[in-house]
Design a protein around this ligand. Sequence first.
Ligand code: SAH
Length: 219
Amino acid sequence: MAIMKDAFAAYREEMVNKQIWARGIADEKILSVFRKIPRHLFVDEKERGKAYSDHPLSIGYNQTISQPYMVALMTNHLNLTGKERVLEIGTGSGYQAAVLSALAKEVYTIEKIEPLAEKAASILKALSITNVHIIVGDGSLGLPKDAPFDRIIITAGSPDIPLPLAEQLNEGGILVIPIGTRHIQELIVARKEMGELIKKKECGCIFVPLLGKYGWDSN
Ligand code: SAH
């Protein structure tokens, strides 16, 4: 990844120290990725001053880039070693995908809103990130042609674990997903053991809804 020295480096350092490390994420590899990725490039120009603050931000089309801590927490739960093929549902700004690209082998990410997918693709290209594959479509169906995946991360709130995603997870794989209502969810971490998903509730969270065949209705 091409990393520029930029005026925001000190803000990133503060974000890592106060929002991520202070809340218990101590994995040096993860912290170093958050120090490097220019989060301000993933938000609208007028929002850049808020890019490193402790909350989600609007990215247009009624969608949001998640709070930095939530991105770090979900990433931490994925337990990446660098060898994994990861599927993300909900590309949004592309920031989470950029984080994953530095910690896994290949990242496939599905976004239903085409202009968001295009914008994310152009930012990742500008950062010379080449191991992220962006697909436009209904991510609740997964990506059968590239399955199975070692990790699956859903960055939108779902009524339940979409069946195709459960099926497309490798044995021993980990899936992280917010499950609940359209407005509030719990972060669930599931591991596939002998073909079964063993689920653990982690914490409360708030995501925009996962729409689509195995998500919520669009209307
Ligand atoms: N991971 C993103 C934030 C995601 S916000 C980031 O780092 O910025 C949730 C995203 O999920 C939105 O962009 C929304 O359009 C998308 N989404 C919702 N339902 C979807 C579906 N069925 N398939 C693909 N994307 C979906």
